[in-house]
Design a protein around this ligand. Structure first.
Ligand SMILES: CC(C)(COP(=O)(O)OP(=O)(O)OC[C@H]1O[C@@H](n2cnc3c(N)ncnc32)[C@H](O)[C@@H]1OP(=O)(O)O)[C@@H](O)C(=O)NCCC(=O)NCCS
Length: 220
C-alpha cells in the first residue's frame, strides 16, 4: 500500500514507479530501539526478510489488477518494475526488521515428504507485509490465498512483534473506503477509524478517498 506518500497538495500527477518506491522505502536511519533482522513464525506462516528469489511471486501480485486495485501504482506490466521495488526492499535496513515476505509450506510437497526431511521444509511466498516509517502498516496477499485468514495471521504477528520491539504507541493505516477486505481485516486487528478525507489520491482507477485508522499499543 503506497497510499500515504503523494498527497493532493504535493503531487499533481501519477508518480513513476521509481519515485513511489524511493519515497516508500527511504529509510535513512532506524528510529526504533535495537532492531535486528529476525524471522517470525505463526501457526501457519513464516515471516522472513525478502530475498531476490521472491521476485516471481512478487510479480504475480504486483501484476494482478485485483491485488493492485487500491494501490496508487497501476499493475506492473514488466517484471523489471517489480525487481526495482524488491531490490529496494532487500537493500533497506528494515528488511527482516519491519518489512517481511510471508511464506507457507509448499502445498505441492506432501506432509510425508516434509516430515522426512531434516532440512527446513520447502516454502512458497504468498504475500508481503511492512510497517513503513515505523508508523504505517501495508500488506498484500496473493489473490489465490485471500479468504483463509492468512492476512490476519501475518498482520497480527507483525503488530505483536512491533509492540514488543519498538517503543512507539501507534500504528496507522490509510485505506480506500471501497477496500472492504482491508477495512474488515484492520477492524479485526483492533484498528479504529480516526478520520476520513475525500480525493486524497488520483490513481490508475481515478480519484480515491481515504479512511484513516489507528491501532494503539495494547495496555498491560
Ligand atoms: C487486504 C487483504 C490482505 C485481505 O486479505 P483477506 O484474505 O481478505 O484477509 P484475512 O486473512 O483476514 O481473511 C479473512 C477471511 O478469511 C476467512 N477465513 C477462512 N479461514 C480462516 C481462518 N483460519 N482464520 C481466520 N479467517 C479465516 C474469514 O472468515 C474471512 O472471510 P471474509 O472475507 O468472507 O470475511 C487482501 O484482500 C489483499 O491482498 N488485497 C490487495 C492489497 C490491498 O488492498 N492491501 C491493502 C491496501 S490498503
Amino acid at each position: 500500500m503506497y497510499r500515504k506518500l503523494p498527497t493532493v497538495q504535493t503531487w499533481f500527477r501519477l508518480p513513476s514507479n521509481s519515485e513511489v518506491h524511493s519515497a516508500m522505502l527511504n529509510t535513512s536511519t532506524l528510529r526504533g530501539a535495537s532492531m535486528t533482522p529476525t524471522e517470525i513464525r505463526t501457526t501457519r506462516l513464516l515471516l522472513r526478510a525478502a530475498q531476490i528469489g521472491d521476485l516471481d511471486a512478487y510479480f504475480k501480485w504486483f501484476s494482478d489488477p485485483d491485488v493492485m486495485k487500491y494501490e496508487i501504482l497501476s499493475p506492473h506490466t514488466n517484471i523489471k518494475q517489480t525487481k526495482y521495488f524488491l531490490d529496494e526492499v532487500i537493500e533497506s535496513p528494515y528488511n527482516g526488521v519491519l518489512y517481511f515476505s510471508v511464506c507457507i509450506p509448499d502445498p505441492a510437497v506432501s506432509n510425508n515428504r516434509r516430515g522426512r526431511s531434516k532440512d527446513r521444509p520447502p516454502m512458497i511466498v504468498i504475500g508481503r507485509i511492512a510497517i513503513r516509517g515505523e508508523e504505517e502498516i501495508e500488506f498484500m496477499l496473493d489473490r489465490q490465498y485471500w479468504g483463509k485468514g492468512f492476512a490476519f495471521e501475518m498482520a497480527d504477528a507483525l503488530l505483536k512483534h512491533f509492540w514488543a520491539t519498538l517503543p512507539h504507541d501507534v500504528v496507522k493505516a490509510d485505506v480506500d473506503p471501497r477496500n472492504e477486505r482491508s477495512l474488515r481485516l484492520l477492524a479485526r486487528l483492533g484498528f479504529e477509524v480516526v478520520g476520513k478525507a475525500e480525493k486524497t489520491f488520483e490513481t490508475h482507477i481515478g480519484w480515491c478517498d481515504s479512511v484513516y485508522l489507528e491501532a494503539r499499543r495494547p495496555v498491560g
